[in-house]
Design a protein around this ligand. Structure first.
Ligand code: FAD
Length: 473
């Protein structure tokens, strides 16, 4: 498709409050009280995201309802050079939706979901949440895999990759994106799929919010009336942890999940003596028959869990545990990929992981391990902009500080723990709290970044969509 020049956004032409009012006037005319500025009632709530952190105050939050309204916001940002943020579920670890002194396109009113049982396709607007989609599809015994948290934006997770309870069985979320509707930087609305704008379709599947505002995603649905899933908890011991990781690595592709090494919160289902002690907590989801599930879980049960809630449940119940702690707290995370095939970390690595968690500052801290392989590895690395296809494990060192003052200690711990565990580039864009140029290179290794830049030059040559793990045109 043809390229179109858009003015750069590196500097704004707005130099006074009056000029800002003039610039926003056309938007106020279109959006009315859905254009929130710092003096509007409800602005503080609208300008908040899941994670807390240093103050970032937008000049306006535009609560859009359709593609025309989005195009109007993009037009103002393009003409004025005001930075632009895009907000859906608000769960981004780098808090990219919040742009200091800029305009936020808030997609939360565009949360429609349609489950087309005949076509086997779920259609969701760009502001829908993963949990709402999982529940709607689940009513028909159908599913598309996202992550583990219902409050995460469906497009936000899908654009970065999407690893979760069904990834080894059905692939990442990006592997189940059939097409998208996108508002481009110049305001045009285009379709991206295997036939129309295939370069954009490729880039959207891992390249994040770099290419436009996604207003609709079409997703492959699969029949999944029940799964066998739930939670295991063991006392943290290097032998147990290495055993748990080996069991996941050698399990059939029907088993997906994650393993957290962490200090046990005071959960009622855990024996009181485990509270405050290091534990290995696994969330697991098996999509095959009950008999196959029994066999797949046997090696994990043989390791003597303190807690075992694995049962046959409807898939949406996997999301019943909610989204982790209600936040507003500063967070940090570093992610990397380890091993290949059915490899699993050994006892020495497991001991280092437990030691790292015990050294964490006050707050919430974990080493999170997600088994790859299965359907994730069946896709060629060049087929999507998510290119980390051969690894055995995605490992994330992550935490929440107790308050803003604790953020730097948390950051130091994340860096030190990552280094001690070999968690370094390449990384997964959805779990990267930092966004330096090196982080972007880590997220898009090899030829992927070059190809993304080519697509960026075609669809967003002025880099209007810059508040993300930015692919510079
Ligand atoms: C508690 C928690 C649990 C998580 N669990 C998982 C998990 O299991 N698996 C996993 O893979 N990830 C997981 N994530 C990471 C999550 O996928 C990313 O943080 C993602 O960016 C969140 O999207 P959002 O819409 O909620 O965030 P927002 O902050 O609203 O958006 C993030 C960015 O995504 C882009 N974006 C979002 N929607 C659109 C759109 N419609 N069009 C264009 N760009 C858009 C924009 O660049 C935006 O700034 C988790 C995060 C948290 C905090």
């Amino acid at each position: 498709m043809a390229t179109q020049e858009t003015p750069g956004t590196t500097g704004t032409t707005i130099t006074s409050p009056e000029a800002l009012d003039d610039a926003l006037a056309p938007l106020a005319a279109v959006l009315g009280d859905r254009l929130l500025t710092p003096s509007s009632a409800g602005f503080a709530d609208a300008a908040e995201v899941y994670l807390g952190g240093p103050e970032r105050t937008p000049v306006a939050v535009a609560r859009v309802r359709n593609t025309d309204e989005i195009a109007a916001v993009l037009d103002v940002a393009r003409r004025t050079g005001l930075p632009l943020g895009v907000r859906a579920g608000g769960h981004n670890l780098a808090r990219h939706a919040l742009v200091d002194g800029g305009i936020v396109v808030d997609l939360r009113l565009m949360d429609g979901i349609e489950i087309d049982t005949e076509a086997g396709v779920g259609r969701a607007q760009g502001g829908a949440l993963a949990g709402a989609y999982v529940a709607a599809a689940g009513e028909h015994g159908l599913a598309t895999g996202f992550g583990d948290t219902g409050g995460v934006g469906l497009a936000g997770i899908a654009l970065g990759g999407g690893i979760g309870y069904l990834s080894r069985a059905h692939g990442l979320t990006v592997d189940n994106v059939l097409g998208a509707e996108v508002v481009l930087a110049d305001g045009r609305v285009v379709r991206a799929d295997a036939d129309e704008n295939p370069d954009l379709y490729w880039a959207l599947r891992g390249g994040g919010g770099n290419f436009g505002v996604v207003t609709r995603l079409d997703l492959r649905l699969r029949e999944l009336p029940v799964v066998t899933g739930g939670m295991f908890v063991w006392p943290a011991d290097p032998g147990v942890l290495a055993g748990v990781l080996a069991a996941f690595a050698q399990a059939p592709a029907e088993l997906s999940g994650m393993v957290n090494v962490m200090v046990a919160p005071p959960l009622p289902m855990l024996p009181a003596e485990a509270h405050g002690k290091p534990v290995v907590m696994a969330l697991a989801c098996f999509t095959g028959s009950a008999d196959q599930a029994e066999a797949a879980y046997a090696p994990l049960r043989a390791l003597g869990p303190l807690h075992d809630s694995i049962a046959e449940i409807a898939y949406p119940e996997m999301f019943a545990g909610g989204g982790g702690p209600e936040s507003g707290l500063p967070g940090d995370a570093r992610t990397g990929f380890l091993g290949a095939g059915a490899w699993a970390p050994d006892e020495a690595w497991a001991a280092a992981a437990i030691k790292a968690v015990l050294a964490a500052p006050r707050g919430v801290a974990a080493v999170n391990l997600r088994p790859m392989g299965g359907a994730i590895g069946d896709v060629d690395a060049a087929d999507t902009a998510f290119a980390h296809r051969d690894a055995a494990w995605m490992v994330t060192v992550q935490g929440l500080a107790q308050d803003l003052d604790g953020a730097s200690a948390l950051g130091e711990w994340v860096s030190a723990a990552s280094a001690s565990l070999g968690v370094a580039g390449p990384g997964y864009v959805n779990f990267m709290a930092r966004a330096t140029e090196q982080d972007v290179r880590d997220a898009y290794p090899g030829a992927t970044l070059d190809r993304l830049r080519e697509v960026k030059r075609t669809y967003d040559p002025g880099n209007l969509f810059a508040s993300n793990h930015n692919v510079k045109p």
